[in-house]
Design a protein around this ligand. Sequence first.
Ligand SMILES: [Zn+2]
Ligand SMILES: [Zn+2]
Length: 231
Amino acid sequence: MSEKIFTIPINEAFDKHDGCPMCRLHQALEETNLSYVLGAAMMEPDVRIKMNELGFCHDHFAKLRSMKNKLALALILESHLADVNKLLDTEVGGKKGLFSKKEPNADAGEKLAELSDSCFACKRIRSTELRYFSNIAYLWDSDPKFHEKLKSQPYICVSHTAGILEAGKRELKADKYQSLYEAITTLNRNYLEKLRADVTAFTVSFDHRNAGVPLTDDARESIEKALEFLN
Ligand SMILES: [Zn+2]
Ligand SMILES: [Zn+2]
């Protein structure tokens, strides 16, 4: 079991009942990490080297662009573009073999593919999230009050369900894992039943025979809610 330092924020997130509690934690993590990127990280040479190396995914570059500190972003881009330039200097067939440890013969094709799959922010967020999942398994194992908190959630989205179950399977005894498994799949099944009915109601509203029939709020919001669930 990894450190249990995240039990307080996890409990706080599970005290609320508004969408996926882990998505709210993810959003907070993302905000903290992106502020760090354009703030304190700029002062740490080792971190800047990592940022240059990994770059950012499209989504995080777009979010960084929407933030205030344009100078910090420009400085990051200045060094990152220089690194990309170096990758382009690799000889065809990767004869220099300087960069990738995994593939000594990687040339610019492989190296740019590796770069476009990596993101400094995603990596940091993911590593904290994995510890959240472990801490959730710990709370399930040790705190009966947490059982009620989890069971009363409206749903837990697809990717966060996967992460929690993966940690639970790895870290819990079989009976505890089974109870966690049943709790999460039950609440998600119940949510899906209503969600699917709302999506169907939305599709049916396009039928000319239903012209003029008012759409319920739940049906109107069903596409957005489905996308949030499928996160
Ligand atoms: Zn989620
Ligand atoms: Zn990212």
